[in-house]
Write a protein that binds this ligand. Sequence first.
Ligand SMILES: Cc1cc2nc3c(=O)[nH]c(=O)nc-3n(C[C@H](O)[C@H](O)[C@H](O)COP(=O)(O)OP(=O)(O)OC[C@H]3O[C@@H](n4cnc5c(N)ncnc54)[C@H](O)[C@@H]3O)c2cc1C
Length: 403
Amino acid sequence: MKQRSVAILGAGIMGCCTALMLARKGIDVTLVDAAAEPFQGASRWNEGKIHLGYLYAADRGFRSARHFLSGSLSFRPLVEQLLESSIEPTIGQRSDIFLCHRDSVVDVQSQWAYLQAVDKLVGEHPDAANYLLDSRHCQSSKIATKEIGNLTNHEDIIGGFNVPEHSVSTNTIADMFVNALNNEPRINQVMNCRVTSVCSTNSHGHESWKIVDSTGESGNFDILINALWEGKLAIDKSAGLELPFEWSHRYRRALFIQTSKLLDVPSTIITTGAFGDIKNYDGHEFYLSWYPSGLSAYGTGICPPAVPRLDSTERDQLVSKIFSNLADYLPKVRRIQKYLDTCRLEGGWVFAAGRGELSSPKSTLHRRDEFGISQLGGYFSVDTGKYGSAPWLAKRLADLITG
Ligand SMILES: Cc1cc2nc3c(=O)[nH]c(=O)nc-3n(C[C@H](O)[C@H](O)[C@H](O)COP(=O)(O)OP(=O)(O)OC[C@H]3O[C@@H](n4cnc5c(N)ncnc54)[C@H](O)[C@@H]3O)c2cc1C
């Protein structure tokens, strides 16, 4: 039987996991991206929280938590299989602390009830042992007021919880994926190619797909997979796929830091709304974000809005703003600043089938349960939803395509 030809648009975690899975099943894949190399966007520069749903307390129906679980609980085994290597060194070993803000969209009592219910959902899941660290018997717990005082003395923090959720260093994982892709002879990487549309032809009942960029049409693919994240909707429209009910594009900037000294600063998130967080991966590598400062573009059009470029003075100002806003709440940030070795201000798109302000309980961004795969003949489009869901969705795509 003639082998089917497959093209994948987008070389972030979604496109790359799918390409590796298909290649390992003996299928030749063309992987296309506008950037010069794979993993240059959100999949390299994000916080790497492998969501179990704890952060989505404003979604009272637990739809987000339920939607995340299968993906997040299979993230580690699937990634290790694809990379043929352990990702243990990339996993932040200490779980997260959630500090509840007075202006949180969910009050402290409701948040505590929600965390306990998610503990139950996670603990009962058959794959709970496969999370980044075995989470079968992990439970959230309240933090005593005195202990909260060791983290913050800000009057707006009115409660705190230990939450058994972890993150991975996405920058390190990105390097591992690029290496795996370069070692896979069945994957043909076509970089520096910005796709503007796709089109299909049907001859004697056989459908085939072409990719269009500024130089014209190319390819003749039996299967075309759109894993373009921020670029996805425009291409879906050209393919004739129905668009979601609502969506938004947000460009978020954050700090990616290495310190010269090993620091015991806990991973701490201020919940739930437009606040910020510290992520400690290994005592030297940190992620810092202050959402209102880092949000650099927001739009609800089919294409993402333009992202304001920053000159070096504006970059320095934004870096200082993230440090100072976060340090107002979490003074231990000053230790990270004191022992800075390298500090990169980087950004990426967040595409979501929701919109609004995170500070509003009415925002549909507080729910994330509508991501997944859509299909139109040999055309597949995937909304990754979350970094942690990508390998699981890639497996579903590969299974759909190979039957
Ligand atoms: C600051 C920040 C923090 C985040 N934190 C988390 C977190 O803690 N946990 C979590 O689960 N998720 C998080 N996310 C979301 C996460 O990063 C994304 O869900 C995930 O990386 C999406 O992967 P992807 O492969 O679909 O997209 P991407 O990695 O963005 O890949 C899409 C690729 O498509 C290419 N592309 C786009 N348009 C075109 C075009 N027209 N032609 C050719 N190529 C094109 C881009 O160059 C890019 O390489 C965060 C995102 C940001 C920005």
